[in-house]
Each structure stands twice: as C-alpha cells, then as structure tokens.
Ligand binder design. Structure first.
Ligand code: ZN
Length: 181
C-alpha cells in the first residue's frame, strides 16, 4: 500500500509545517491537487505553491491535474519537481500523445462516471491509474461506494493484459474503507 495525503487538507498559512509533518510521517507520497476552476468548479493552487512544496518535501510529489488541456503544462510541472503526473481522460483529446509526453512521470485519472473500460487501449502505457472516489473539485467529500466495483474492474483489466499500473484511489479514503480498498 502507498499512502499519499492530499495537501488540500493543509493549513496554507503554515504550509512548510504541513509538508514537514508528512515528511516525518509514514506516508509515501504527497498528493497535490491542481484545479483550474474550469475543468472542475473549484480553484486550488498553482505553480508558486507547488514550488514551495517541492522545496521542503522529501518524498515524491504525486501531482493530479484537474485542468483542461493539461498538455500545455506537462514540461512546466516536470520542471517544478513532479514525480508523478496524472491527467483526466475527459481533459485529453489525444490521450495517447499526452501519455507519451508524461511517460517519464506517472499517469492518468478517471472521473467517477468514466468507465474503466475506456482505458483498455492505453492501460499498457500508464504507470498509475487514478480512480476518483469523489467528484473532482473539493476536499473532504464522502466516498462513492461504486468505487469498489471500479477497483475490481481496473485490477481485472491490468491482470488481463499483464500491465504494471498501480491503482490510486483519490477522495474520501479513511480508516473505515482503507483496508477494503
Ligand atoms: Zn487528487
């Protein structure tokens, strides 16, 4: 199991302190939600905040782009220190090209309504399959139960083709459902 706490839950007045708390914890990655107010209704934070996180973080940065046209920013986010970059299926007109472009980092994301089967043709190329377990856009939402079914489908798809992608569950993960997940 890999644990990646979302920095959305940080106190932004004490960001360095929040980053150091995760550094000192058993968590594995930092999960960083970038929202543009267009692809999702909310605006979170952008490049200057990410560079502050990168400056203090001693663990990999798992950057989740909830933005339209993420292709425009792939190299920017690589330069800012992202180790894993996930994008939304719905935000990419040419998903395969986008995946190739971020191949050095990680991969992709799915909205709760997006069927896992849509990834059939790219599953071999991705490193991380991010399943949204809440509607993207806000922290602190409750877990969508249908996610269990999607995890099973994702696992089956990965095994069926002998792919190596990790499955990442994003949103509403707690001590109550972590074990089942
Ligand atoms: Zn996320």
């Amino acid at each position: 199991m890999i644990l990646a706490p979302s920095l959305l839950a940080a106190d932004f007045g004490n960001l360095q302190q929040a980053v150091e708390m995760v550094n000192a914890s058993n968590a594995d990655w930092f999960h960083i939600d970038i929202m543009d107010g267009v692809f999702v209704p909310n605006i979170s934070y952008g490049m200057p905040v990410l560079s502050v996180i990168h400056k203090h973080a001693t663990k990999p940065l798992d950057v989740h782009l909830m933005i339209i046209d993420p292709n425009r920013y792939i190299s920017t986010f690589a330069k800012l220190g992202s180790d894993i970059l996930t994008v939304h299926y719905e935000a990419c007109t040419h998903l395969h090209r986008t995946i190739q472009a971020i191949k050095a980092e990680g991969m992709k994301a799915l909205n709760p309504h997006t069927p896992v089967a849509l990834l059939e043709d790219v599953i071999q190329d991705i490193d991380v399959l991010l399943l949204m377990s809440v509607n993207p856009g806000f922290g602190g939402q409750s877990f969508i139960e249908n996610t269990y079914k999607k995890v099973r489908q994702a696992k089956a798809l990965i095994e069926q083709v002998g792919a190596h992608a990790l499955i990442e569950i994003d949103g509403g993960v707690s001590l109550k459902n972590a074990k089942a997940l």
